[in-house]
Design a protein around this ligand. Structure first.
Ligand code: FAD
Length: 302
């Protein structure tokens, strides 16, 4: 097995990992940045909509444009970037195990930053009865399929369960491509996500928003054919025929690589979390600023 050493090892090269790496490197650290995807950017690479960079660059960029600016900075820096490289584990003895097409590599580091982003809450987090046929997918999965995978053949009559930011952004994209959004179904008395997204994605495209409601059952065998929608105040139910259901139930920090290192409620001194794996950020600009601080702090204390 190959071995590498570095001052700061960073797992994940989304907005957070790239920003932390650049800042630690600028402060003088030898930084190794590992990313499982073919190129850095994370969630940003899926985001073809505008709304990024107003605070940080003073410009209204798409997510992809925002990521490209940081990739250009990385290319001009001394950060050692390994793409196509999955971090398999991070251990107490300050080592990380990486897997890539070259095989396994053991990295020895002085400090580590976890920047592995988030995972989407999915149907397993809500009590929905019925079958699990094709045509039920998360908003983030749909975003990846449409904007990165070139798959456009999703259904025509769509129900969205939950009203988080990702769901709102995707509702707009689906409406723009001529799909029928039957309803966005939200259990609370107000929509989730940013007010800006509600205005620009839901209201502007006249997407029917059903508050105080949920989906209690999925119908269909091979493909979804309908859902049962329940009004949580009256208890009344309605069968809504559809061929696709998107879940937009929110994001959760992904700390799976380091959860075993947490003792008495805190992580070891040499480990820091930044970006969505620390706290879910709706706006990337504030995440970037905080990640830059984390990169510098990690090097100061290494
Ligand atoms: C749909 C959507 C719309 C948004 N819209 C806006 C907007 O309009 N304006 C705005 O300012 N912000 C927006 N945001 C918020 C912002 O984009 C995110 O908060 C930010 O990009 C998250 O960055 P991150 O680096 O924490 O996580 P991610 O982008 O998820 O990056 C994590 C990276 O870690 C990698 N990784 C994970 N595990 C491993 C492993 N084991 N080994 C190697 N690599 C690993 C992943 O591949 C990924 O590249 C939006 C977010 C979403 C989801």
């Amino acid at each position: 097995m190959k071995e590498l050493t570095c001052d700061i090892f960073i797992a994940g090269a989304g907005a957070a990992g790239m920003s932390a790496a650049l800042s630690a490197c600028a402060a003088g650290a030898d930084v190794l940045l590992a990313e499982q995807d073919a190129q850095p950017g994370g969630i940003l690479n899926r985001c073809i909509h505008h709304g990024f960079g107003l605070g940080y660059f003073g410009e209204d960029l798409t997510g992809r444009e925002y990521a490209a600016r940081f990739r250009a900075r990385l290319a001009g820096s001394a950060v050692r970037l390994r793409t196509g490289t999955t971090v398999l584990s991070i251990s107490e003895d300050r080592t990380a195990l990486l897997s890539s097409a070259d095989g396994l590599t053991l990295v020895r580091f002085r400090a580590c930053i976890l920047a592995a982003g988030s995972i989407e809450r999915n149907l397993s987090s809500v009590p929905v009865a019925g079958t699990r046929p094709a045509g039920v997918l998360t908003a983030g999965c749909l975003q990846g399929m449409l904007n990165c995978g070139g798959h456009a053949d999703i259904g025509e009559r769509i129900v969205i369960l939950g009203s988080g930011n990702v769901g709102q952004i995707m509702a707009r994209q689906l409406a723009q491509s001529g799909k029928t959004i039957l309803a966005m179904i939200e259990q609370n008395d107000h929509p989730g996500g940013l007010a800006r997204n509600h205005r620009e994605c839901i209201e502007a495209y006249h997407i029917p928003l059903r508050l105080h409601s949920t989906v209690t059952e999925i119908h269909g065998t091979e493909r979804i054919s309908a859902v049962t929608v329940k009004d949580l105040r009256s208890g009344e139910t309605e069968l809504m025929e559809c061929d696709t259901m998107i879940t937009a139930l929110g994001l959760l920090p992904d700390r799976s690589l380091v959860s075993h290192l947490r003792k008495d409620g805190s992580f070891p001194d040499w480990l820091r979390l930044c970006g969505n794996c620390d706290l879910i950020y709706d706006i990337v600009d504030s995440l970037t600023v905080r990640a830059e601080q984390t990169g510098a702090e990690a090097w100061e204390s290494a």
